[in-house]
Design a protein around this ligand. Structure first.
Ligand code: ZN
Length: 405
């Protein structure tokens, strides 16, 4: 497992989510574009931190407390049926769109156009989004909900290995007994593990008091077992509190997920900084549970079309599947087809979440310099390579249409 704090964090580096940091443009262009940078950070924040939702919708709803009081008394099948009725009757929000939302991508493009105009340039170098100029990023993650999910880990891991993948598994640390020897065996095969809270009881982000009671236990278990990543149970979340869990990276947010108990989305198909230290890796493919149990849809059409859209823009395809739902039978077969598709994406970077988070920090630390017309990544050469914006699909806006899902 990668160690915490392995990267230098020079004082002058601040991890921000503005247009300049997103594209990583020539450092010499920074002076004179401060106003564009500031404005873009404010605009990006509106989406990344779900500020388009009013404050009470950026936290778990009080109604959920009643649900969690009775949740364990309702058989799983009945619960899914009730949830699916609730979801189908819920009015679809005007924003964000689902399964694809491009509002933030438009902010990145508009900011880039403003900077190019400021420097009177048609094209320019930037630091490529992914190592060695890879075209997009693919990350596989799972949340393990119960004993059934635990049992299905190895068959799913075997399947992923057959396609050359390794993935990350988030464990609910006090929901079921965890055999850490088994976890170590999977780690030895290249898989990684994160924390999925303590229990699926809706308590962690319910109140400040609950959070301050539970967070030390999560931190202690995560430290003891080397868990660097975190995903909130049921993705119930509060952006300001997550960094207190002292995780290296979080994955509790989606780009768009309007069907979760706390609907919303960051509109981001790229990593970003949740604060000055924690990298957010939003999940960007619809969850298996959503498609199977809530919407009653086939997995493949939505998965493939969304994955194709993200790949066409050079973003990060981050899957969230559950061995509890997807670990056997026809759903495992559908997952195999997804893996087959992902393995065939041209020039993709296949990464564990820890690697994607580490990369995003490394790239943030690098500075693009141009000497005698030659671009290079100052301070951090190697995997970080300069690329012309004209080679970047997002800059050219070659996104496939997604309407008609
Ligand atoms: Zn879960």
């Amino acid at each position: 497992m990668p160690a915490r704090g392995h990267l230098p964090r020079p004082a002058e580096i601040s991890f921000t989510n503005d247009v300049f940091s997103f594209w990583k443009l020539p450092e010499a262009w920074r002076a004179g574009t401060e106003r564009i940078i500031e404005e873009s950070e404010r605009s990006a924040q509106h989406y990344l931190f779900e500020e388009y939702l009013d404050d009470r919708r950026r936290r778990p709803s009080p109604l959920l407390n009643y649900y969690y009081t009775f949740k364990d008394l309702i058989p799983t099948g009945v619960r899914h049926w009730l949830n699916s009725i609730a979801i189908r009757n819920r009015r679809r929000p005007a924003f964000p769109d689902w399964p694809c939302e491009d509002a933030l991508l438009r902010i990145w493009r508009r900011g880039l156009a403003a900077i190019l105009e400021r420097w009177n340039a048609q094209d320019a170098w930037h630091l490529a989004f992914w190592p060695e100029g890879k075209s997009c990023c693919v990350v596989l993650t799972h949340d393990v909900e119960g004993p059934e999910g635990l049992r299905a880990m190895e068959p799913m891991a075997d399947l992923e290995e057959r396609y050359g993948f390794r993935s990350a598994w988030n464990l609910a640390l006090e929901q079921y007994p965890i055999d850490w020897k088994r976890i170590d065996q999977l780690r030895a095969r290249g898989f990684e593990f994160g924390a999925h809270g303590l229990k699926h009881d809706g308590r962690l982000f319910r109140s400040e008091r609950d959070f301050q009671t539970l967070a030390p236990r999560i931190r202690a278990i995560a430290r003891e077992h080397g868990l660097c990543g975190f995903r909130a149970p049921s993705t119930l979340r509060r952006a300001q509190w997550i960094p207190q869990l002292e995780c290296d990276f979080d994955s509790s947010f989606s780009d768009t997920d309007i069907f979760e108990p706390q609907p919303g989305g960051t509109c981001s198909i790229f990593p970003f900084f949740l604060d000055r230290k924690v990298v957010e890796l939003p999940y960007t493919l619809p969850q298996d549970h959503t498609l199977i149990n809530l919407l009653g849809r086939d997995l493949m059409p939505t998965w493939i079309r969304k994955a194709r859209w993200i790949a066409s823009l050079g973003g990060m395809i981050l899957t969230l599947t559950h061995p509890d739902y997807c670990g056997s039978g026809i759903y495992l077969e559908a997952y195999a087809k997804l893996l087959e598709y992902l393995a065939g994406i041209d020039n993709a970077w296949y990464a564990l979440p820890s690697q994607a988070a580490q990369w995003w920090r490394l790239r943030a630390c690098a500075k693009l310099q141009i000497a005698d017309g030659h671009p290079f990544a100052g301070g951090h050469p190697g995997a970080i390579v300069p690329r012309l914006l004209s080679q970047e699909p997002l800059a050219r806006w070659e996104c496939k249409a997604w309407r008609g899902f």
